[in-house]
Design a protein around this ligand. Sequence first.
Ligand code: PAF
Length: 273
Amino acid sequence: MKILKTTSDLKRLLQKEQNGSIGFVPTMGALHEGHASLLRVARNQTSTVVLSILVNPTQFGDQSDLDNYPQTLAEDLELAEREGVDFVFAPKAADLYGGTPSANKIDWGSITSDFEAAFRPGHFDGVVAVVDRLFKAVAPDIAFFGEKDLQQVAVVRKLTADNHPQVKIVSCDVIRDEKGLALSSRNIRLSDRGKVDALELSKALKRIKDNVNKKEQIALETSNLNANLNVELEYLAGVNEVSYSKKDSPNTWTHVIIAAEVEGVRLIDNIRL
Ligand code: PAF
């Protein structure tokens, strides 16, 4: 496994790998089983696996969220080695961006204005800025993304169709712990009590999936979660995974999505209908 710290080193080395296919898993580090599962799929489908680790400053609206984002490089490298990664690309933001990191404002309709976009203004501007640069640096054949960040998958698919049509996007299922909590790098910041409260999110999603009247169950779960003092609900809604709009009608819904804070940690989750 080779670790590369600059875009120029990465490009030079990847040029030698031109015979096979390049699989790419972009991350912000603090790797967990969800990332490991993406790396396994990449290992199965492509001949060279590239993992990037960069806490991308342009996708954080809130400086304290950026400062608190977990960084566990030594453990990340062990996991990468175990999963058979060929190249770890861990640049400084200024190297990848070619100067001070910045992001252009993106307006792609509802996918960049509803739900996550509304609660985290500028977030997808930063995601698009970094994924665009990462795709230019890595030039992958296939890039792998986790469906926990379902709206991000929609945004990345649009970016790819517009700017990188040669890249195939593969999205992979949400990975959960044995109790049902969606794995996230942010879970490290939850106490044991917080982990129990956080389970209310996946339980609500499951009950909505199981009810024939999804709209009614969403309304019931929303009022229960609003009454729960340990969970600060931001949204709970049905969406279509492509249009990702507040206006999607129930007969077009593919998923139910949720975002909430528990112990000041922002959590998102979704379930396929
Ligand atoms: O999903 C993530 O970890 C990040 O948003 C990504 C895609 C690596 C871009 O920084």
